[in-house]
Structure formats: structure tokens, C-alpha cells
Ligand binder design. Structure first.
Ligand SMILES: NC(=O)c1ccc[n+]([C@@H]2O[C@H](COP(=O)([O-])OP(=O)(O)OC[C@H]3O[C@@H](n4cnc5c(N)ncnc54)[C@H](OP(=O)(O)O)[C@@H]3O)[C@@H](O)[C@H]2O)c1
Length: 296
């Protein structure tokens, strides 16, 4: 029998990657449109879980824009914290112990400059509203479902790129292909570019191979270390055949470019799950499919 997946945030970047990856004969995906499912409404979430009785819930709904979260904390907490809380609460109320709940989260729950390369069980020190709202979302899931016989995963990742949303990678690629002046990137903000497709495929593996429930870090291969925004821009320029990166980009401290505070490092390490493909290889494949094939 096909397994029923209730997908929140299906119109978003990771949501579309997940829908694409799970679309097979083995799964039926229910991805209600936003107007039908405001995740910040407990009544909505409960009604939806009760009426669908899913085998799997994937929550990729989020307010992800860090500056927007800082400007509108109420909205950030209502989506990023209350959303997962309401899902977990519905599962508990309906006693759905066989429903697998996957909550997607972020390396930005760490955040302190002192917690470089945190593992799954390191303490979180979020430094902005986005990080705090995601962290409290995780706490709600763990608090309600953790170690009580329910089936929940939390998957954290660093910076995501995907064909389904214009991200930093596309902004840089467009600048490389059609430069207008010099683009300033942060010299002191580190992270690990992670292909949304790799995250979706490995989330599927996590579920299908029945990994133990708990927290996982999805991290691309360590043989290519984390990088600053500037270094990622450099990598993209090289893939696109430009080696004059100094003429295209300048560097500045992140506090001069970005509004809300950002962690110095969004890099995390995994001790519980195999590494995802090397980010430089994934980035190259992504760039070739998206930018180079269309130019050929
Ligand atoms: N983007 C990254 O670089 C990154 C990095 C690490 C982790 N993550 C995590 O990955 C997950 C997905 O992020 P993403 O980048 O795919 O986000 P995204 O592209 O911005 O998509 C967010 C989704 O959430 C939906 N949504 C927003 N508010 C909602 C509400 N009140 N009720 C129901 N749905 C709502 C959006 O619908 P509308 O389109 O209708 O607004 C959209 O479908 C999140 O858990 C995020 O924390 C992202």
C-alpha cells in the first residue's frame, strides 16, 4: 500500500525538492495549499492531521528570511516554533505513534562564534530571531514527542541551494554571467553549501532505512571544507569559466552587508549519518544543469 505523506511547505524550495524526490508509486503526497493550511493555526493543523492520518509528515514550512524574521518576530515564532509545536501536539493528541514526523531545521540554531563545527548534541546558542524560532521549534518537537514512543526526526543543514528558489548561488551566478559593478560578499561568514536535492534524497534514505529517531546533521563531504561567502562566489565563478574573481567581487565584514546578526559559522558536523556528496561536486552538477547546458 502507498504510504501517505502530509507535506507542509510544499511550495517552498525544500518542499518542492521533497515532493519531487518522494513522487513514486510508493508514496501519496498530500501537500495542501497555503490558504488551506496555515501552520500557525492549531485548529488547521489538527484538522489536517486528523483527516489525513498520514504515515509520514514532512515539515518544510518556514519563515526563512533572516532579516524578515528579525523585523517580524511574532510571525517568525508563529511559523517556525508554533508550526512544529502544533504538528507534534496533534500527533500526541491523536496518539499517532506510527506516523513518522520529520522536522527540517537549521545550523543557525547554533550561532555562537564559540561553537564552531557543532555536533548533533551540542548546546545551541542562536543569535537571531530566525535561529531562536527554529531552535524553539525543535525543543517543542523533542519535548512533546521525544522518548515517548513517537517517531520523530530533526534534520539540520547549513546553506541550501536548489533549482526551486533563487538563492545566493543564483545571485552570484547571475552576477558572474552579467556583471554590473563589483558585488560585495561577506569575508567572515562561513557555511557549507548543500544541494536541496541531496537533502531530500537522504531524508528519504533516513526514513526508508529506519534510522533511529532523533537529531541528524546533513552535511556534505568533509573533504571539501566549509567556505566563506566570498570563497563560494569564487568557486561559482570558476565553474562558469571566470578566473578574475577579484574584478567581480569584493569582500567585507558581514556586519557591513547584512542587517540581522548572522553566525560567523553555519558549518556543522555529522556523527550519526553518512556525509552527503561533496558540495563542490554537487554545486558543479547543479551549475552545469542550470547554467551551462542552457548556454551551450
Ligand atoms: N534556505 C536555506 O538555506 C535553509 C538552510 C538550512 C535549513 N533550512 C530549512 O529548510 C526548511 C525549508 O526551507 P526553504 O528554504 O525551503 O524555505 P522556503 O523556500 O522559504 O519555503 C517555505 C515554505 O513554507 C511555507 N509557509 C510559510 N509560512 C507558512 C504558514 N504560515 N503556513 C504554512 N506554510 C507556510 C511557504 O509557503 P508560501 O510560499 O505560500 O509562503 C513555503 O512553501 C526550513 O525548515 C528551513 O529552516 C533552509
Amino acid at each position: 500500500m502507498r504510504k501517505k505523506i502530509l507535506l507542509f511547505g510544499g511550495s517552498g524550495m525544500l518542499g518542492q525538492e521533497l515532493a519531487h524526490c518522494f513522487s513514486s508509486d510508493a508514496y501519496e503526497i498530500i501537500s495542501p495549499s497555503r490558504d488551506k493550511t496555515d501552520i500557525s493555526s492549531q485548529e488547521n493543523v489538527f484538522r489536517l492531521v486528523q483527516s489525513t492520518m498520514p504515515d509520514i509528515i514532512l515539515n518544510a514550512a518556514v519563515l526563512v528570511n533572516v532579516d524578515a524574521c528579525e523585523e517580524n518576530p511574532e510571525k517568525a515564532y508563529s511559523v517556525n516554533t508554533l508550526g512544529p509545536l502544533f504538528i507534534a501536539d496533534a500527533l500526541r493528541t491523536l496518539n499517532l505513534k506510527n506516523t513518522i514526523f520529520v522536522q527540517f531545521s537549521s545550523s543557525d540554531i547554533f550561532g555562537s562564534d564559540f561553537s564552531a563545527n557543532p555536533r548533533e548534541d551540542n548546546e545551541a546558542f542562536p543569535i537571531n530571531v530566525y535561529g531562536r524560532s527554529k531552535y524553539y521549534g525543535e525543543r517543542c518537537v523533542n519535548g512533546i514527542l521525544g522518548e515517548k514512543g513517537f517517531a520523530s526526526y530533526i534534520i539540520r543543514s547549513s546553506w541550501i541551494f536548489s533549482e526551486f528558489k533563487k538563492t545566493f548561488v543564483d545571485v552570484i551566478a547571475e552576477h558572474v554571467l552579467r556583471p554590473t559593478g563589483v558585488f560585495t560578499t561577506a569575508e567572515d561568514q562561513r557555511g557549507i553549501p548543500t544541494w536541496g536535492k541531496d537533502i531530500a534524497e537522504n531524508a528519504k534514505t533516513l526514513i526508508e532505512k529506519k534510522y533511529q529517531y532523533g537529531v541528524y546533521h546533513f552535511v556534505p563531504d568533509a573533504s571539501s571544507a566549509d567556505a566563506t561567502r566570498f570563497e563560494i562566489a569564487q568557486e561559482i565563478a570558476e565553474i562558469l569559466g571566470r578566473n578574475d574573481v577579484e574584478r567581480l567581487f569584493s569582500k567585507a565584514p558581514r556586519t557591513r552587508i547584512l542587517k540581522a546578526p548572522r553566525p560567523a559559522s553555519s558549518a556543522i558536523i555529522t556523527t550519526r549519518f553518512p556525509k552527503l556528496p561533496n558540495w563542490k561536486e554537487s554545486l558543479r552538477t547543479f551549475m552545469e544543469e542550470r547554467y551551462l547546458k542552457t548556454r551551450a
